[in-house]
Write a protein that binds this ligand. Sequence first.
Ligand code: UDP
Ligand code: MG
Length: 340
Amino acid sequence: MKKITFILPAFNEEENIERLYKSIVGEFNTIDYIYEILLVNDGSTDRTLEKIKEIATHDKQVKYVSFSRNFGKEAAIYAGLQNATGDAVILMDSDLQHPASLVQEMIKGYEQGYHQVVACRNRKGESKIHRLLTGIFYSSVNKLSEVQLENGAGDFRLLSRKAVDSLLQLSENNRFSKGLYEWIGLSKKTFHYDNVERQFGESKWSFSDLFSYALDGILSFNTKPLRACLYIGVFILFCGLLYIATTFVGIVTKGITVPGYFTTISAVLLLGGIQLLSLGIIGEYIGRIYNEAKHRPHYIVEESNMQSPSKKVPRDVSPEDIRMIFTKNGISYRTKEEQR
Ligand code: UDP
Ligand code: MG
Protein backbone atom coordinates (compact mmCIF):
# COMPACT_ATOMS: atom_id res chain seq x y z
CA MET A 1 0.00 0.00 0.00
CA LYS A 2 1.25 3.50 -0.80
CA LYS A 3 2.19 5.91 1.95
CA ILE A 4 1.29 9.59 2.29
CA THR A 5 3.41 11.71 4.62
CA PHE A 6 1.81 14.77 6.22
CA ILE A 7 4.30 17.51 7.00
CA LEU A 8 2.96 19.74 9.74
CA PRO A 9 5.09 22.68 10.90
CA ALA A 10 3.99 23.79 14.35
CA PHE A 11 4.94 26.85 16.36
CA ASN A 12 2.89 27.33 19.52
CA GLU A 13 -0.11 25.31 18.40
CA GLU A 14 -0.92 23.42 21.62
CA GLU A 15 -4.66 23.86 21.19
CA ASN A 16 -4.66 22.64 17.61
CA ILE A 17 -2.36 19.60 17.53
CA GLU A 18 -4.76 16.98 18.82
CA ARG A 19 -7.72 18.25 16.78
CA LEU A 20 -5.50 18.29 13.71
CA TYR A 21 -4.29 14.75 14.32
CA LYS A 22 -7.85 13.47 14.70
CA SER A 23 -9.06 15.25 11.59
CA ILE A 24 -6.29 13.69 9.48
CA VAL A 25 -6.66 10.16 10.86
CA GLY A 26 -10.44 10.41 10.39
CA GLU A 27 -9.93 10.79 6.64
CA PHE A 28 -7.98 7.54 6.43
CA ASN A 29 -10.93 5.33 7.33
CA THR A 30 -12.01 5.61 3.74
CA ILE A 31 -8.71 5.97 1.87
CA ASP A 32 -6.56 3.06 0.69
CA TYR A 33 -3.27 4.57 1.77
CA ILE A 34 -1.10 4.39 4.86
CA TYR A 35 -0.47 7.70 6.55
CA GLU A 36 2.68 9.00 8.19
CA ILE A 37 2.33 12.19 10.21
CA LEU A 38 5.50 14.20 10.56
CA LEU A 39 5.19 17.04 13.02
CA VAL A 40 7.97 19.59 13.05
CA ASN A 41 8.04 21.53 16.30
CA ASP A 42 9.60 24.85 15.40
CA GLY A 43 10.85 25.88 18.85
CA SER A 44 7.42 26.27 20.47
CA THR A 45 7.36 27.83 23.90
CA ASP A 46 3.99 26.38 24.92
CA ARG A 47 3.01 22.72 25.40
CA THR A 48 3.07 21.84 21.68
CA LEU A 49 5.97 19.38 22.03
CA GLU A 50 4.35 17.53 24.95
CA LYS A 51 1.13 17.22 22.96
CA ILE A 52 3.06 15.85 20.00
CA LYS A 53 4.90 13.31 22.16
CA GLU A 54 1.64 12.19 23.74
CA ILE A 55 0.18 11.43 20.33
CA ALA A 56 3.41 9.78 19.15
CA THR A 57 3.41 7.31 22.07
CA HIS A 58 0.12 5.75 21.06
CA ASP A 59 0.44 6.03 17.26
CA LYS A 60 3.63 4.69 15.72
CA GLN A 61 2.84 6.41 12.44
CA VAL A 62 3.36 9.77 14.15
CA LYS A 63 6.92 11.05 13.86
CA TYR A 64 8.32 14.30 15.12
CA VAL A 65 11.37 16.49 14.80
CA SER A 66 11.84 19.22 17.36
CA PHE A 67 14.08 22.21 16.66
CA SER A 68 16.39 23.74 19.26
CA ARG A 69 14.73 27.15 18.69
CA ASN A 70 12.36 28.89 16.30
CA PHE A 71 13.89 28.64 12.82
CA GLY A 72 10.77 29.66 10.87
CA LYS A 73 8.16 27.83 8.85
CA GLU A 74 10.34 27.50 5.76
CA ALA A 75 13.03 25.61 7.73
CA ALA A 76 10.33 23.43 9.30
CA ILE A 77 8.97 22.49 5.87
CA TYR A 78 12.48 21.75 4.65
CA ALA A 79 13.09 19.44 7.63
CA GLY A 80 9.79 17.72 6.87
CA LEU A 81 10.70 17.17 3.23
CA GLN A 82 14.10 15.75 4.22
CA ASN A 83 12.61 13.27 6.66
CA ALA A 84 9.43 12.23 4.85
CA THR A 85 9.39 8.59 3.74
CA GLY A 86 6.05 8.58 1.88
CA ASP A 87 5.38 8.06 -1.83
CA ALA A 88 3.75 11.47 -1.74
CA VAL A 89 3.73 14.30 0.77
CA ILE A 90 0.98 16.66 1.88
CA LEU A 91 2.04 19.99 3.36
CA MET A 92 -0.44 21.43 5.79
CA ASP A 93 -0.53 24.16 8.47
CA SER A 94 -1.12 22.97 12.03
CA ASP A 95 -3.67 25.66 12.83
CA LEU A 96 -6.71 23.89 11.28
CA GLN A 97 -6.91 26.51 8.53
CA HIS A 98 -6.16 23.77 6.02
CA PRO A 99 -9.13 21.38 6.17
CA ALA A 100 -8.20 17.68 6.19
CA SER A 101 -11.42 16.99 4.25
CA LEU A 102 -9.62 18.18 1.11
CA VAL A 103 -7.06 15.39 1.36
CA GLN A 104 -9.22 13.02 -0.70
CA GLU A 105 -9.40 15.52 -3.54
CA MET A 106 -5.62 15.86 -3.43
CA ILE A 107 -5.08 12.12 -3.56
CA LYS A 108 -7.47 11.92 -6.51
CA GLY A 109 -5.21 14.36 -8.36
CA TYR A 110 -2.15 12.31 -7.39
CA GLU A 111 -3.76 9.17 -8.78
CA GLN A 112 -4.42 11.02 -12.04
CA GLY A 113 -0.66 11.40 -12.28
CA TYR A 114 -0.13 15.02 -11.20
CA HIS A 115 3.10 15.82 -9.36
CA GLN A 116 1.62 18.78 -7.51
CA VAL A 117 -2.00 19.07 -6.39
CA VAL A 118 -2.62 22.53 -4.99
CA ALA A 119 -5.49 23.64 -2.77
CA CYS A 120 -5.94 27.32 -3.50
CA ARG A 121 -7.95 29.39 -1.02
CA ASN A 122 -10.03 32.47 -1.69
CA ARG A 123 -9.80 35.51 0.58
CA LYS A 124 -13.22 35.13 2.25
CA GLY A 125 -13.37 36.67 5.72
CA GLU A 126 -10.13 38.63 5.36
CA SER A 127 -10.05 42.37 5.97
CA LYS A 128 -10.07 44.76 3.00
CA ILE A 129 -6.66 46.13 3.85
CA HIS A 130 -5.20 42.61 4.01
CA ARG A 131 -6.72 41.77 0.63
CA LEU A 132 -5.35 44.98 -0.86
CA LEU A 133 -1.84 44.30 0.48
CA THR A 134 -1.78 40.71 -0.73
CA GLY A 135 -3.05 41.90 -4.13
CA ILE A 136 -0.13 44.35 -4.34
CA PHE A 137 2.28 41.62 -3.21
CA TYR A 138 1.23 39.16 -5.92
CA SER A 139 1.15 41.67 -8.73
CA SER A 140 4.59 43.07 -7.84
CA VAL A 141 6.19 39.64 -7.45
CA ASN A 142 4.67 38.46 -10.73
CA LYS A 143 5.79 41.58 -12.59
CA LEU A 144 9.28 41.59 -11.19
CA SER A 145 10.25 37.94 -11.08
CA GLU A 146 10.56 34.96 -13.37
CA VAL A 147 8.10 32.76 -11.49
CA GLN A 148 4.36 33.43 -11.61
CA LEU A 149 2.47 32.98 -8.35
CA GLU A 150 -1.27 32.47 -7.95
CA ASN A 151 -3.01 34.48 -5.24
CA GLY A 152 -4.12 32.04 -2.51
CA ALA A 153 -1.98 29.09 -3.62
CA GLY A 154 0.38 28.52 -0.73
CA ASP A 155 1.93 25.60 1.06
CA PHE A 156 -1.27 23.54 1.28
CA ARG A 157 -0.51 21.01 -1.43
CA LEU A 158 0.32 17.44 -2.28
CA LEU A 159 3.75 16.75 -3.76
CA SER A 160 4.79 13.53 -5.48
CA ARG A 161 8.09 11.89 -4.52
CA LYS A 162 9.65 13.38 -7.65
CA ALA A 163 8.50 16.87 -6.65
CA VAL A 164 9.86 16.38 -3.11
CA ASP A 165 13.24 15.23 -4.41
CA SER A 166 13.34 18.17 -6.82
CA LEU A 167 12.64 20.62 -4.00
CA LEU A 168 15.37 19.05 -1.88
CA GLN A 169 17.87 19.74 -4.63
CA LEU A 170 17.20 23.44 -4.08
CA SER A 171 19.06 23.72 -0.81
CA GLU A 172 19.31 27.51 -0.53
CA ASN A 173 19.09 28.97 2.96
CA ASN A 174 16.85 31.88 2.14
CA ARG A 175 13.85 29.82 1.10
CA PHE A 176 10.77 31.25 -0.54
CA SER A 177 8.71 28.09 -0.99
CA LYS A 178 5.88 29.59 -3.04
CA GLY A 179 8.43 30.47 -5.70
CA LEU A 180 10.30 27.16 -5.39
CA TYR A 181 7.14 25.14 -6.12
CA GLU A 182 6.76 27.10 -9.34
CA TRP A 183 10.44 26.93 -10.17
CA ILE A 184 10.58 23.12 -10.19
CA GLY A 185 7.65 23.01 -12.64
CA LEU A 186 6.17 19.47 -13.08
CA SER A 187 2.50 18.79 -13.82
CA LYS A 188 0.14 20.65 -11.52
CA LYS A 189 -3.56 20.56 -10.72
CA THR A 190 -5.22 23.35 -8.75
CA PHE A 191 -8.58 23.36 -7.04
CA HIS A 192 -10.24 26.07 -4.95
CA TYR A 193 -11.69 26.13 -1.46
CA ASP A 194 -13.19 28.68 0.93
CA ASN A 195 -10.74 30.29 3.32
CA VAL A 196 -11.04 29.05 6.93
CA GLU A 197 -10.34 31.47 9.76
CA ARG A 198 -8.07 30.54 12.65
CA GLN A 199 -9.99 29.54 15.79
CA PHE A 200 -7.31 28.71 18.33
CA GLY A 201 -3.93 30.33 18.88
CA GLU A 202 -2.81 33.30 16.86
CA SER A 203 -1.19 34.01 13.51
CA LYS A 204 2.57 34.45 13.71
CA TRP A 205 2.70 36.93 10.88
CA SER A 206 3.18 40.57 11.75
CA PHE A 207 3.06 43.36 9.19
CA SER A 208 6.86 43.59 9.09
CA ASP A 209 7.10 39.80 8.54
CA LEU A 210 4.78 40.14 5.56
CA PHE A 211 6.84 43.00 4.20
CA SER A 212 10.09 41.06 4.43
CA TYR A 213 8.35 38.01 2.92
CA ALA A 214 7.32 40.16 -0.05
CA LEU A 215 10.90 41.36 -0.40
CA ASP A 216 12.10 37.74 -0.29
CA GLY A 217 9.63 36.90 -3.04
CA ILE A 218 10.94 39.63 -5.28
CA LEU A 219 14.64 39.23 -4.56
CA SER A 220 14.89 35.42 -4.45
CA PHE A 221 14.03 34.84 -8.04
CA ASN A 222 15.61 37.55 -10.09
CA THR A 223 18.16 40.28 -10.38
CA LYS A 224 15.83 42.74 -12.13
CA PRO A 225 15.94 45.32 -9.30
CA LEU A 226 19.72 45.52 -9.74
CA ARG A 227 19.23 46.14 -13.42
CA ALA A 228 16.57 48.76 -12.64
CA CYS A 229 19.23 50.62 -10.58
CA LEU A 230 21.49 50.58 -13.60
CA TYR A 231 18.76 51.97 -15.87
CA ILE A 232 17.83 54.71 -13.41
CA GLY A 233 21.52 55.57 -13.05
CA VAL A 234 21.97 55.82 -16.82
CA PHE A 235 18.84 57.95 -17.14
CA ILE A 236 19.94 60.37 -14.40
CA LEU A 237 23.43 60.60 -15.90
CA PHE A 238 21.92 61.40 -19.29
CA CYS A 239 19.71 64.15 -17.78
CA GLY A 240 22.74 65.51 -15.91
CA LEU A 241 24.83 65.65 -19.06
CA LEU A 242 21.98 67.35 -20.92
CA TYR A 243 21.65 69.92 -18.14
CA ILE A 244 25.39 70.60 -18.11
CA ALA A 245 25.46 70.96 -21.90
CA THR A 246 22.51 73.40 -22.03
CA THR A 247 23.83 75.45 -19.10
CA PHE A 248 27.25 75.57 -20.71
CA VAL A 249 25.74 76.81 -23.98
CA GLY A 250 23.77 79.40 -21.96
CA ILE A 251 26.93 80.60 -20.20
CA VAL A 252 28.82 80.88 -23.48
CA THR A 253 26.03 82.77 -25.25
CA LYS A 254 24.43 84.85 -22.46
CA GLY A 255 27.05 84.93 -19.73
CA ILE A 256 26.69 83.67 -16.14
CA THR A 257 23.25 84.06 -14.52
CA VAL A 258 22.74 83.63 -10.76
CA PRO A 259 22.31 79.92 -10.03
CA GLY A 260 19.14 78.94 -8.17
CA TYR A 261 19.34 77.56 -4.67
CA PHE A 262 16.22 75.45 -5.20
CA THR A 263 17.51 73.55 -8.24
CA THR A 264 20.82 72.77 -6.53
CA ILE A 265 19.21 71.39 -3.42
CA SER A 266 16.63 69.38 -5.40
CA ALA A 267 19.34 67.85 -7.53
CA VAL A 268 21.36 66.87 -4.45
CA LEU A 269 18.33 65.37 -2.71
CA LEU A 270 17.15 63.51 -5.78
CA LEU A 271 20.55 62.05 -6.57
CA GLY A 272 21.23 61.24 -2.92
CA GLY A 273 17.91 59.43 -2.67
CA ILE A 274 18.47 57.40 -5.79
CA GLN A 275 21.98 56.49 -4.74
CA LEU A 276 20.85 55.33 -1.32
CA LEU A 277 18.03 53.31 -2.84
CA SER A 278 20.43 51.62 -5.25
CA LEU A 279 22.89 50.92 -2.46
CA GLY A 280 20.06 49.43 -0.41
CA ILE A 281 19.06 47.08 -3.21
CA ILE A 282 22.66 46.05 -3.81
CA GLY A 283 23.02 45.57 -0.05
CA GLU A 284 20.03 43.23 0.03
CA TYR A 285 21.64 41.02 -2.58
CA ILE A 286 25.03 41.07 -0.89
CA GLY A 287 23.34 40.16 2.40
CA ARG A 288 21.82 37.15 0.72
CA ILE A 289 25.13 36.09 -0.83
CA TYR A 290 26.72 36.43 2.62
CA ASN A 291 24.05 34.24 4.22
CA GLU A 292 24.37 31.56 1.56
CA ALA A 293 28.18 31.66 1.68
CA LYS A 294 28.15 30.67 5.36
CA HIS A 295 26.63 27.30 4.46
CA ARG A 296 24.88 27.04 7.78
CA PRO A 297 22.42 24.21 8.29
CA HIS A 298 18.77 25.19 7.85
CA TYR A 299 17.95 24.11 11.40
CA ILE A 300 19.28 22.28 14.48
CA VAL A 301 17.32 19.31 15.82
CA GLU A 302 17.12 19.02 19.59
CA GLU A 303 15.15 15.79 19.73
CA SER A 304 13.25 13.47 17.45
CA ASN A 305 11.72 10.00 17.31
CA MET A 306 13.04 9.47 13.79
CA GLN A 307 16.24 7.94 12.57
CA SER A 308 18.45 10.59 11.07
CA PRO A 309 18.71 10.29 7.27
CA SER A 310 21.87 8.31 6.43
CA LYS A 311 24.95 10.39 5.76
CA LYS A 312 25.32 11.04 2.05
CA VAL A 313 28.73 10.71 0.37
CA PRO A 314 29.91 14.17 -0.67
CA ARG A 315 30.63 14.63 -4.36
CA ASP A 316 34.30 15.57 -3.90
CA VAL A 317 35.25 12.25 -2.24
CA SER A 318 36.43 9.61 -4.71
CA PRO A 319 35.00 6.06 -4.40
CA GLU A 320 38.46 4.57 -3.54
CA ASP A 321 38.69 6.80 -0.49
CA ILE A 322 35.54 5.62 1.21
CA ARG A 323 34.41 2.50 3.02
CA MET A 324 30.72 1.79 3.33
CA ILE A 325 29.55 0.84 6.80
CA PHE A 326 26.24 -0.37 8.14
CA THR A 327 24.86 1.53 11.09
CA LYS A 328 21.59 1.26 12.93
CA ASN A 329 20.40 4.23 10.89
CA GLY A 330 21.12 2.59 7.54
CA ILE A 331 24.13 2.58 5.25
CA SER A 332 26.72 5.24 5.95
CA TYR A 333 30.38 5.68 5.03
CA ARG A 334 33.79 6.61 6.41
CA THR A 335 36.37 8.54 4.42
CA LYS A 336 40.06 7.50 4.46
CA GLU A 337 40.77 10.35 6.87
CA GLU A 338 38.10 9.14 9.30
CA GLN A 339 39.28 5.50 9.09
CA ARG A 340 42.73 6.41 10.43
N1 UDP B 1 4.80 28.29 11.81
C1 UDP B 1 6.04 27.72 12.08
N2 UDP B 1 7.06 28.56 12.43
C2 UDP B 1 6.92 29.89 12.52
C3 UDP B 1 5.66 30.46 12.22
C4 UDP B 1 4.63 29.63 11.86
O1 UDP B 1 6.20 26.50 12.01
O2 UDP B 1 7.90 30.58 12.85
C5 UDP B 1 3.67 27.39 11.45
C6 UDP B 1 2.42 27.59 12.30
O3 UDP B 1 2.45 26.81 13.46
C7 UDP B 1 1.32 27.16 11.35
C8 UDP B 1 1.86 27.56 9.98
O4 UDP B 1 3.26 27.71 10.14
O5 UDP B 1 1.17 25.74 11.36
C9 UDP B 1 1.22 28.85 9.49
O6 UDP B 1 1.43 29.87 10.43
P1 UDP B 1 0.37 31.02 10.70
O7 UDP B 1 -0.96 30.44 10.97
O8 UDP B 1 0.96 31.92 11.74
O9 UDP B 1 0.36 31.75 9.32
P2 UDP B 1 -0.90 32.30 8.52
O10 UDP B 1 -1.88 31.16 8.42
O11 UDP B 1 -1.41 33.43 9.34
O12 UDP B 1 -0.33 32.68 7.19
MG1 MG C 1 -2.69 30.20 9.81
